[in-house]
Design a protein around this ligand. Structure first.
Ligand code: SF4
Length: 238
């Protein structure tokens, strides 16, 4: 079925426990410029388009496969990401990795990034506490997110939290009412957009029961993404 090139098939993204999402790596590599992301990353290190660069350690650009079918978009780097220079390496990143695994999606099959590339924080004693980015900062940073989407060209964008949803869809959203359904971004007909909780929101749940419920919903949403990709791949190969 499907592709006639000699490319191998990437089975790292499972549609569900029983099936596999099929990607021909030769086809993917042919249409994606792996150097483009590296150039964008280098350029973004010098960005001063909004004031956030002054207070952060470094620009934290997206990472992952340059031909990933799934792009995960978070809000902004956290304290740990700011120090290490990589997205989703702190506690929320660990939870996300677990949720992806439980949903049958290898982290190798996704590109992870944030709507805003510098850590916004305020001091509390010796600690740096996360502060939600303002709309003007999200707008200023949108050029980088758009460039990543244009370069990677994922088939599915998963917005982790309301800030990511606003950056991708272009309007304010409530996660609870939009999750579980695929959305279309007006300016991005090539992508379907899913909305779910940011893993940091799951971590903030105060008791075990609420944590388990929020985590279960996050995994269910990611399983839905894998399932939709599997279905669209099958249609494309018919
Ligand atoms: S947050 Fe984005 S727009 Fe603002 S300085 Fe950093 S990279 Fe540039």
């Amino acid at each position: 079925m499907g592709c006639k090139t000699a490319g191998s098939f990437d089975s790292s993204l499972q549609a569900d426990r029983g099936g596999f999402f099929v990607l021909c790596t030769a086809c993917m590599d042919a249409v994606h410029d792996h150097g483009a992301i590296a150039r964008l990353r280098a350029e973004a290190q010098r960005c001063k388009a909004c004031p956030l660069w002054r207070y952060a350690t470094q620009t934290v650009f997206g990472e992952g496969s340059a031909s990933a079918p799934v792009m995960l978009v978070g809000e902004q780097p956290g304290n740990e990401e700011d120090r290490q220079g990589h997205p989703f390496v702190g506690p929320a990143g660990l939870l996300l990795a677990r949720a992806l695994e439980d949903a049958g999606i290898s982290r190798d099959a996704v590109y992870v990034t944030n709507a805003v590339k510098h850590f916004k924080w305020e001091p509390r004693g010796k600690r740096r506490i996360h502060k939600t980015p303002a709309q003007r900062e999200i707008d200023a940073c949108n050029r980088w997110l758009n460039a990543e989407i244009d370069s990677v060209r994922p088939r599915m964008i998963v917005c982790l939290g309301a800030t990511a949803g606003r950056a991708v869809l272009g309007y304010s959203i409530r996660i609870g009412s939009l999750r579980g359904v695929l959305h279309a971004a007006a300016e991005r007909p090539a992508q379907q957009v899913a909305v779910t909780y940011h893993p940091a929101y799951v971590l903030r749940q105060r008791d075990q029961e609420r944590f388990a419920a929020a985590y279960g919903e996050l995994v269910a949403d990611l399983r839905g993404v894998a399932h939709a990709l599997h279905e669209s791949a099958e249609l494309a190969l018919r």
